[in-house]
Design a protein around this ligand. Structure first.
Ligand SMILES: Nc1nc2c(c(=O)[nH]1)N[C@H]1C(S)=C(S)[C@@H](COP(=O)(O)OP(=O)(O)OC[C@H]3O[C@@H](n4cnc5c(=O)[nH]c(N)nc54)[C@H](O)[C@@H]3O)O[C@H]1N2
Ligand SMILES: Nc1nc2c(c(=O)[nH]1)N[C@H]1C(S)=C(S)[C@@H](COP(=O)(O)OP(=O)(O)OC[C@H]3O[C@@H](n4cnc5c(=O)[nH]c(N)nc54)[C@H](O)[C@@H]3O)O[C@H]1N2
Ligand code: SF4
Ligand SMILES: [Mo]
Length: 765
C-alpha cells in the first residue's frame, strides 16, 4: 500500500480507461481520469469510482468458505484446495472426465493472470463440458472471423478516430463504452467525428443514448437485421457499387454472395424490418460513397436468431465497399501482446463444430459448448452427465437464458466450486467458494482488450495494495488446483520434469510471461544479440511446459512477420513500469494480406454454413409476426456492469432502473400505467416488474436490462438485494439458439405482457 497517486487501467468494462487513484494514509482518497493515458485521455465513467467500493466492500469474501448445515464457514486455503481437488478427481474417476462442467465468466477476459492460468487448469480438468459467456455474447463475431479471415480472434475494429461515417447497428456505445471496439470516451470521439464533418447512423429497436447522438436513426424490428443487411448487399450489386479495393485481390466467392442476396431486394424486406426500401438503399449508398466509413454491429445483432449471418453480412458489406483494412474503415489492431499471431503459430487459429454437445447436439466452439445448454447437460441423466461444476468469475444464473432452470440444475449437483469473491445468485449453489485477491491487489495488463482497441497502446499497472500472505490471486488458485489435479491423476506424484515445470510456472507468475510476450512481440526488445540471448532463454523456459501447451508456440516468434520490423521497438515490462500512464503505439495500420490466416490466403465471402442458413432467412421472410406478442430486448446502463456491481451503493442509488420499457401505444392497448406493475411472460417463465412508458421504444418491442434479479435466497450482497430488480433471463428461453453458431437468443424472443393482478403483487416487507 503506497501513499500517492497510482496510475492504472480500469478493468471493469472493455474501454480500458486510465485512472489516477490517490491513496492517503493507506486508503483511497479519490479516483479520477488519467489525462496522460494515451487511449482514454482523462475520460472515466461513473463506474470507475466503484473500484473503491469493490475494494472496501465488507461482503467481498477474503477467505475460502465452505457451505455447512448452519451456513457458510471460513476454512484455510490448504484445506479448501485439498477438498476441491479430491472432489473433482473422485467425480471424474467415478463418472468420467466429462462429468465435470466448467463455466468461465466475463471478468476472466479482464484479468491477464487468470487468462494465463485457465489453460493449464482446463487441461488438468480434462472435460469437454466447457462453457463461457462467449455464447451469450460475441460468438458470431468469432465465427465470422474464423470463417472469413481464418482466425477466431482477428476482429475488424472501427477506426472511429478517422472515420467520417459510423454506422452502428445493435450496439449502444454511449452506455457500454464499446464492445469489440475498446473506445473510452465514445462521446468525445463522436464529437471529434462530427467536427470533421462526419456523421453517425444508428439502427436499433430502441432510441438509445447513442441513437440520440446520431444524425440519422432507424427503428428496426428485433431479429431482422439480416434482412436489412442482405438488402444492402443486394443494392450494392444492383447499383454496381461493389469496390472491394484494397481487399479486391484477396476475396473469393463474390458471385455466390450476389446470388444469395438476390431474393432480398429492399422492397422485399421493408415491412419485415420496419425500414423503408428507400432508406435501405440510401444506407447502402452512403456506405459505398463515403470513402472513410465503418459499419459496426454488436450485441443486439449477435445474440439473436440470425446472429451468425448478420455478423457475416456486416463483414461483407465493409469488404464490398472497400472499408476493410482502410484508414477510417474497419481495421485490424496490432497489439503489443499478439495473441492472434501466437495462436496462429501454435496452430490455434480456432475451430468450430469438431464435436457436439451430448443432449442437444450443439456445436463446440473453441472447445466450448453453448451456455444455453448447461442446464440440459446437468439435468439429463446418462453417460457424460455433469455431476460437478466449476464457475470461474461468472454468474450464469443471471447471465444465461432461463436462469431459474439453471438454478434448479446447479442445486442438484454432487459438488460445485466457484472461484469468485461474492456469494451471489450462482455461487450460492457452491459447496466451496475460493475468493481471489481484490482487483487493486493485483497487477493488470490488458491482453484481450488491446486486441480490440481503436488505437494501439500498451500499459501495465502494478498492484496498489498488498494482498497479504493469506490470500491468493486468481492465477494462484487455478494453478494450484491444476497442479493438484494433475498429481492426483498420476497417482499422487508427477515425473520430475513435469513437477519442475509446475514449480517454475508458479514461481514465475503471469507478469514474467507478460514480460516475455512483450519483449518477443511486435514492439519488443529488438536489439540483435540481446534478442538472441532472450530467445534462447525463452525457448529453454518454454520447453519446460507440457508438450502441447499453447505458449510453446512462442519459441517460433523470432522467425515472425516481416511487418513487425517496421514498428517502434523497445517494449518490455520495465519500460511500461517507467511509463505508468501507458505507451502510445500509434493509430491502426493497414495489415492485409499479412494478417490473413485462411489456408488459401483468401477472404471467403460465402462460407457454406452461412449460405445454408440463408434458406431459413428466406423462409422467415414470409412468416408474419404474431399480433399479440411483443418482442423482448435487453439494455445496458452506464452505471451498471453485467450482474455484479450492484452491491455498490453509489451505482444503484436513485431511480429504479430495472424497469420494463414499453411504447405508449402498446401501454394503452394493454392498459399498462407508468409506474404500475406488469407481468412479462413466455410459457411458464415470468417476471413482475415496474412499467416505464416511453416512445424511445419501437412499437411492439419491450425492454428489460440484464444483470438484475438479486432477490434470490441465500446471497450475501445486501445492497444488491435491496435494489434487486428482476432478471430478464428468468423470462428468456434456453431452447432458442442461433442454429449456425449456437449463440443464445437474448434479443427478440416473443413475450406476452399484461397488467399484474393485485394478488400477484409481492407482499411489502
Ligand atoms: N439477457 C441477457 N443476458 C446477457 C447479456 C445480455 O445483454 N442480455 N449479456 C451477456 C454478456 S455480453 C456477458 S459478457 C455475460 C456476463 O455473464 P457472466 O460472466 O456470467 O456474469 P457477470 O455478471 O459478468 O459476473 C461476473 C462474476 O465474476 C465475479 N468476479 C468479478 N471480478 C472477478 C475477478 O477478478 N475474479 C473472480 N474470480 N471473479 C470475479 C463476480 O462476483 C460475478 O460473480 O452476460 C450475458 N448475459
Ligand atoms: N455500462 C456498461 N457497460 C458495459 C457493460 C455493462 O453491463 N454496462 N457490459 C460490457 C459487455 S460484457 C459487453 S458485451 C458490451 C456490450 O456492448 P453493446 O453491444 O454496445 O451493449 P448493449 O447495450 O447490449 O447494446 C445492444 C443494443 O442492441 C439493441 N438491440 C437489441 N436487439 C436488437 C436487434 O435485433 N437488432 C438491432 N439492430 N439492435 C438490437 C439494443 O437495444 C441495444 O441498444 O458492453 C460492455 N460495457
Ligand atoms: S468506461 Fe467506466 S467502467 Fe469502463 S473502463 Fe472506463 S471507467 Fe472503467
Ligand atoms: Mo459481454
Amino acid at each position: 500500500m503506497r501513499n500517492g497517486t497510482h496510475y492504472r487501467t480500469c478493468h471493469l468494462c472493455e474501454a480500458m480507461c486510465g485512472v489516477a487513484i490517490e491513496v492517503k494514509e493507506g486508503r483511497i482518497a479519490s479516483i479520477r481520469g488519467d489525462d496522460n493515458d494515451p487511449l482514454s485521455r482523462g475520460h472515466i465513467c461513473p463506474k470507475a469510482v466503484a473500484l473503491q467500493d469493490l475494494h472496501e466492500d465488507p461482503e467481498r469474501l477474503r477467505k475460502p468458505v465452505r457451505k455447512t448445515a448452519t451456513g457458510w464457514q471460513e476454512i484455510e486455503w490448504d484445506e479448501a484446495f485439498k477438498t476441491v481437488a479430491e472432489k473433482l478427481h473422485s467425480t471424474r474417476t467415478t463418472h468420467g472426465r466429462n462429468s465435470i462442467g466448467v463455466y468461465l465468466g466475463n471478468p476472466n477476459a479482464h484479468n491477464h493472470s487468470s487468462l494465463i492460468a485457465t489453460m493449464p487448469f482446463l487441461r488438468a480438468v480434462g472435460s469437454q463440458n466447457r462453457f463461457s459467456a462467449t455464447s451469450n455474447d460475441q460468438l458470431p463475431h468469432m465465427l465470422a472471423s474464423l470463417e472469413m479471415f481464418g482466425h477466431q480472434v482477428l476482429f475488424p475494429i472501427p477506426d472511429i478516430d478517422r472515420t467520417d461515417l459510423f454506422i452502428c447497428i445493435g450496439g449502444n456505445p454511449m452506455a457500454s463504452n464499446g464492445s469489440l471496439m475498446t473506445v473510452p470516451d465514445f462521446r468525445g470521439r463522436l464529437k471529434a467525428l462530427k467536427k470533421r464533418g462526419g456523421k453517425m447512423i444508428v439502427v436499433d429497436p430502441r432510441r438509445t443514448e447513442t441513437a440520440k447522438q446520431a444524425e440519422e436513426f432507424h427503428f428496426i424490428r428485433p431479429g431482422t437485421d439480416a434482412f436489412l443487411l442482405m438488402a444492402m448487399v443486394n443494392t450494392l450489386f444492383a447499383d454496381e457499387l461493389i469496390h472491394p479495393s484494397p481487399a479486391e485481390q484477396l476475396i473469393k466467392d463474390l458471385d455466390l454472395l450476389r446470388l444469395a442476396s438476390l431474393p432480398f431486394p429492399p422492397e422485399a424486406v421493408a415491412e419485415r424490418t420496419g425500414i423503408a426500401a428507400t432508406t435501405i438503399r440510401d444506407l447502402a449508398q452512403q456506405l459505398a460513397h463515403t470513402p472513410k466509413a465503418a459499419l459496426y454491429t454488436r450485441m443486439g445483432t449477435s445474440t439473436q436468431t440470425f446472429g451468425s449471418i448478420t455478423t457475416w453480412l456486416a463483414y461483407c458489406l465493409n469488404i464490398l465497399t472497400g472499408k476493410l483494412d482502410t484508414v477510417g474503415g474497419m481495421m485490424f489492431t496490432q497489439p503489443a501482446i499478439d495473441l492472434i499471431a501466437i495462436g496462429a503459430m501454435s496452430g490455434q487459429r480456432g475451430h468450430f463444430g469438431s464435436r457436439h454437445s451430448r443432449v442437444k447436439g450443439l456445436p463446440e466452439f473453441a472447445g466450448e459448448y453453448p451456455s444455453s445448454t448447461m442446464a440440459d447437460e446437468i439435468l439429463t441423466p446418462g453417460d457424460g452427465q455433469i455431476r460437478a461444476f466449476v464457475t470461474i468469475a461468472g454468474n450464469p444464473v443471471l447471465s444465461s437464458p432461463n436462469g431459474r432452470r439453471l438454478d434448479e440444475a446447479l442445486s442438484g449437483l454432487d459438488f460445485m466450486v466457484s472461484v469468485d469473491y461474492y456469494i451471489n445468485e450462482t455461487t450460492r449453489h457452491a459447496d466451496i467458494i475460493l475468493p481471489p485477491t481484490a482487483v487493486l491487489e493485483r497487477s493488470h495488463y490488458d491482453i484481450i482488450f488491446n486486441m480490440l482497441a481503436v488505437r494501439n497502446v500498451s500499459k501495465y499497472s502494478e498492484a496498489l495494495f498488498d494482498a497479504g500472505p493469506d490470500s491468493r490471486h486468481d492465477w494462484q488458485i487455478l494453478l494450484e488446483l491444476a497442479h493438484r489435479l494433475e498429481k492426483l491423476r498420476k497417482g499422487g506424484k508427477l515425473p520430475i520434469r513435469s513437477e519442475l515445470g509446475w514449480q517454475a510456472f508458479k514461481r514465475a507468475g503471469p507478469d514474467t510471461i507478460v514480460d516475455v510476450l512483450l519483449r518477443t512481440g511486435p514492439y519488443g526488445t529488438d536489439t540483435g544479440r540481446a534478442r538472441g540471448v532472450l530467445e534462447t532463454a525463452t525457448k529453454r523456459v518454454l520447453e519446460l511446459l507440457p508438450k502441447h501447451h499453447p505458449l510453446r508456440g512462442l519459441a517460433k516468434l523470432s522467425s515472425l512477420n516481416p511487418q513487425w520490423q517496421k514498428l517502434p521497438k523497445g517494449l518490455s515490462l520495465k519500460r511500461l513500469k517507467e511509463n505508468p500512464s501507458g505507451i502510445d503505439l500509434g493509430a491502426l495500420r493497414p495489415a492485409l494480406p499479412g494478417r490473413l490466416f485462411t489456408r488459401d490466403g483468401k477472404i471467403n465471402l460465402a462460407p457454406r454454413r452461412y449460405l445454408k442458413d440463408v434458406e431459413r432467412l428466406h423462409q422467415q421472410l414470409s412468416v408474419p409476426d404474431s399480433p399479440n406478442e411483443l418482442l423482448l430486448i435487453g439494455r445496458r446502463h452506464i452505471r451498471s456492469n453485467n450482474s455484479w456491481m450492484h452491491n455498490s451503493h453509489r451505482l444503484v442509488k436513485g431511480k429504479d432502473r430495472c424497469t420494463l420499457l414499453v411504447h405508449p401505444d402498446d401501454a394503452n392497448r394493454l392498459g399498462l400505467k407508468e409506474g404500475g406493475r406488469a407481468e412479462v411472460r413466455a410459457d411458464d417463465r415470468l417476471v413482475i416488474m415496474a412499467v416505464e412508458i416511453t416512445d424511445d421504444m419501437m412499437p411492439g418491442v419491450v425492454s428489460i436490462p440484464h444483470g438484475w434479479g438479486h432477490d434470490r435466497e441465500g446471497t450475501q450482497q445486501s445492497t444488491a438485494a435491496a435494489h434487486a430488480g428482476t432478471s430478464i433471463n428468468d423470462v428468456l428461453s434456453d431452447q432458442l439458439t442461433d442454429p449456425v453458431a449456437g449463440t443464445s437468443v437474448l434479443n427478440g424472443q416473443p413475450v406476452t405482457v399484461k397488467v399484474c393482478e393485485p394478488e400477484q403483487q409481492p407482499v411489502p416487507a
